[in-house]
Write a new protein. Structure first.
Length: 470
């Protein structure tokens, strides 16, 4: 669709167009971006397409942030997603970026085999839609409903209503209405017994805020499948980085972000030198877990100062056990398990042939990850391998090697995603609120918090903010 320029728009466009013809960019169209995670990369790409002069400053030597694929130390062809792992088929922005760069998608969940539920020392499955006799102290009604029935009764109405706003940028109203207490408190108030609360949330901490749980449940309700990028999810940030080229400056640690009435600055340490970069706009695409002390000269609002100085993030550990063959398939299991053990839940990844090497992945978030983080790496392996043996007997026999990722211990991130507690979902909008010439992007500023979709959504939002005032 095209439209005619009015006189003011024409006069405003002429200098920028003239500069572009001579290989230059008008000074007012310069933007600095702090962080080369998915939000920073996507914002840069969109701004470059609109004729902006963009520089991304990144402390690490790679792009992608929490999209990190591990390959070293694994068998050829195996990849381990340390961070962002799944792409729901409803995450339209993420899917569009994958298509844009010609990246093939593969189903994340194994197409054959049964999920495993490990409860009170028993391994159980749901077969032909019939749930097992759960070894828990459930009421007669809870036992009749079963795990899926209870989830449908107590989550279903809110999730279905929220799903109507699946493409709306703000947190759905139906979810905000339930942002009260933890998920355990939410379910207990509705009459569920303690064992029923545990069963419904098996494999997940019941201390999570009800609002955050509902946000994830919206995706679970409307999606029909999960994908990952063939060859590794990091192919997406590397594709964006290749397109941006020398606009990304790696190995420069950001130590300050400041602003005055006419410009904003990013102060960096590069080797023994400290440098200041200045532009009309700065996008902070860093997680709030690592921004403490960066904004002392930024003149932020009191609320934003508090958020950038101390937003808590979830601890998260992934422990990748490489197995010489995917032996769990021999018993009709797909390698996915939800447990009451310290390892919390297991995922499995590998080629279609069961005889080939595969990964059994322990994935913990929250309190159990914090407990693992207090252990030595060797002890973490021992505990995880013992849990794997309980859930999928044969783990010790087939185990070959291990890779471990703790996001709380990663100095560039210090956590997986923001722990917005009960009643705090409104902080998502506040997190993304512009402060003068400083704009804020990242999954923590989007209702798709914790997902690549959230990072991309925030990137498009800040680009709209900047270009609207151009």
């Amino acid at each position: 669709m095209t439209s005619a320029l009015n006189r003011r728009q024409f006069l405003r466009a002429v200098p920028a167009a003239g500069a572009a013809l001579h290989g230059q960019t008008a000074p007012q169209k310069r933007v600095l971006i702090a962080g080369a995670g998915m939000a920073g990369l996507a914002a840069a790409l969109q701004l470059v397409r609109r004729g902006y002069d963009v520089t991304i400053i990144e402390g690490q030597g790679r792009p992608g942030g929490r999209v990190q694929t591990l390959r070293e130390g694994l068998a050829p062809g195996l990849t381990a997603e340390a961070g962002a792992t799944r792409i729901p088929d409803t995450h339209f922005l993420t899917l569009s970026y994958a298509r844009q760069f010609g990246l093939a998608l593969e189903p994340f969940h194994a197409p054959v085999g049964l999920d495993t539920f490990h409860v009170r020392g028993q391994d159980l499955t749901v077969q032909n839609g019939k749930e097992p006799e759960w070894p828990l102290n459930l009421t007669a009604e809870e036992r009749k409903l079963g795990r899926e029935g209870m989830a449908a009764k107590y989550f279903g109405p809110t999730v279905a209503e929220a799903a109507k706003q699946n493409r709306v940028r703000r947190v759905p109203d139906a979810v905000l209405a339930q942002d009260e207490g933890t998920i355990a408190e939410y379910l207990a108030k509705r009459g569920l017994s303690a064992d029923a609360v545990e069963l419904v949330n098996l494999g997940f901490a019941t201390t999570f805020a009800a609002g955050l749980t509902f946000l994830d449940a919206v995706s679970e309700h409307v999606e029909k499948g999960y994908f990952h990028i063939a060859g590794g999810n990091d192919r997406l940030p590397f594709a964006l980085a290749e397109r941006l080229g020398a606009r990304i400056r790696y190995g420069q640690r950001i130590v300050g972000i400041e602003q005055d009435d006419s410009s904003a600055s990013v102060i960096v340490e590069h080797g023994s030198e400290r440098q200041r970069h200045t532009a009309p706009h700065v996008i902070c695409a860093l997680p709030f877990s690592v921004t403490q002390g960066l904004f002392e000269g930024a003149r932020l609002s009191a609320q934003k100062q508090e958020m950038t100085a101390g937003t808590p993030y979830f601890a998260s550990d992934k422990i990748f056990l490489q197995m010489r063959r995917q032996y769990w398939r021999d018993k009709g299991r797909n390698g996915f398990a939800y447990t009451d053990l310290l390892s919390e839940r297991f995922w499995a990844l590998g080629p279609a042939e069961a005889a080939k090497r595969g990964l059994l992945i322990s994935y913990t978030i929250g309190p159990k990850a914090e407990k693992l983080d207090r252990m030595a790496v060797g002890d973490r392996l021992s505990v995880t391998l013992a849990d794997a043996e309980r859930v999928f007997p044969g783990a010790r026999e087939h185990f070959e090697s291990v890779r471990v990722k703790s996001w709380a211990a990663d100095v560039w991130v210090r956590g997986l995603s923001p722990d917005y507690g009960p009643g705090q979902l409104k902080r998502i909008a506040a997190a993304g609120q512009r402060e003068g010439r400083i704009h804020f992007a990242g999954e923590h500023t989007s209702r798709w918090t914790g997902w690549i979709q959230g990072a991309l959504d925030s990137a498009h939002r800040v680009v709209d903010e900047i270009t609207a005032g151009a």
